[in-house]
Design a protein around this ligand. Structure first.
Ligand code: AMP
Ligand code: MG
Length: 315
């Protein structure tokens, strides 16, 4: 049963308690309703992908209460500070270098060295973030492939029964997603959205690259900067060879590491990036990570997508 919570102090307190327990709570922002989970909790972030039925671990936006909180997650340069001063709170997401001590689940960033951060303007989002006191990972609160929700009943129509609660906040004023600007190099528009690119250029006093440049793929799932294990990766292994590091799923007696001994895809997703790194360290240079088969259903599809990338030949 998904609870519909009023945006009053009691409703927000309930939402915060659910979020602290690792549950998912949808909330209004000025752009669209977001599906929020504790961005520091691997299980909660894995549950976001599960609830939406996302076929890929694409990175999520970390929503924050204020610029100080954003500064604990990402490295702000003068350009980023100027844009945040001009447009936050508001429909602008900045992709910035991830701080080493950010404490975010690697599922939020898809294990990239950058993080997308935004301070939303909607009063209910701000009150919830302030009361929660930490970053919330929040993609749009709709099943993957469906249109973004701009009212609480849209969220209910798509996700009722799959998430703990929705905080009611009326219709969203902007109604389109945030503008996403990457500042890990020359300014690059990753997604047009609620804030016009001209406004960004005015503050930056520099042009923003908008055209898709084949040399710089925009879909972060394809980025070469994704963490790739140094060891070779072999998939679908039920009987590892001697010397291979066996990364299990389900019952795998003798596995060095197990994504989920119980065969739970949400637990496996929560462990995926951590265990790939551990397995890589165990395998060492020239070694091989042998991964047990993961069923191609539900979150298993996103796990297998990521594993196939890890196993793909590298230049
Ligand atoms: P959604 O959560 O559906 O609003 O989508 C978030 C958008 O932010 C996606 O298009 C992501 O590709 C993009 N994004 C989030 N984090 C990053 C990142 N670190 N680098 C590049 N793009 C990002
Ligand atoms: Mg979306």
């Amino acid at each position: 049963m998904t609870q519909l919570l009023p945006p009053d102090p009691a409703g927000l307190a309930r939402a915060v308690a659910l979020l602290r327990a690792g549950e998912l709570v949808a909330f209004p922002t000025e752009t669209v309703y977001g599906l929020g989970g504790d961005a520091t909790n691997d299980r909660a972030v894995a549950a976001i992908f599960d609830a939406k039925g996302r076929p890929r671990f694409n990175p999520l936006i970390a929503h924050v209460a204020d610029p100080d909180q954003a500064g604990r997650l990402a490295v702000f340069d003068d350009r980023a500070r100027a844009l945040a001063a001009a447009f936050w709170p508001g429909p602008l997401t900045l992709v910035l270098p991830l701080r080493a001590d950010a404490g975010l689940s690697p599922l939020v960033t898809a294990d990239l060295p950058t993080v997308a951060v935004r301070m939303p303007a909607h009063p209910v989002a701000r009150a919830l973030l302030a009361a929660f006191g930490g970053p919330l990972a929040a993609p749009s609160a709709n099943p993957s492939g469906r249109v973004s929700p701009t009212r609480a009943d849209h969220v209910m129509a798509g996700l009722a029964g799959r998430i703990a609660a929705v905080v009611e906040g009326g219709p969203c004023a902007v109604g389109v997603e945030s503008t996403i600007l990457a500042l890990d190099g020359p300014p690059r528009l990753l997604r047009p959205g609620g804030l016009p690119v001209e406004a960004l250029e005015t503050v930056l006093r520099a042009p923003v690259a908008t055209a898709a440049d084949p040399a710089r793929p925009q879909a972060p799932g394809q980025l070469a900067s994704h963490y790739a294990p140094g060891a070779a990766v072999r998939l679908g292994v039920t009987a590892p060879a001697a010397g291979e590091v066996w990364l299990g799923f389900g019952p795998c007696p003798g596995a060095a590491l197990n994504l989920s001994p119980a065969g739970d895809p949400v637990q496996a997703a929560a462990n995926l990036f951590h265990m790939l790194r551990q397995a890589d360290a165990l395998a060492g240079p020239g070694g091989t990570i042998a991964v047990a088969p993961v069923p191609e259903t539900g979150l298993g599809r996103a796990i297998n997508d990521r594993l196939r990338r890890a196993a793909a030949p590298r230049p």
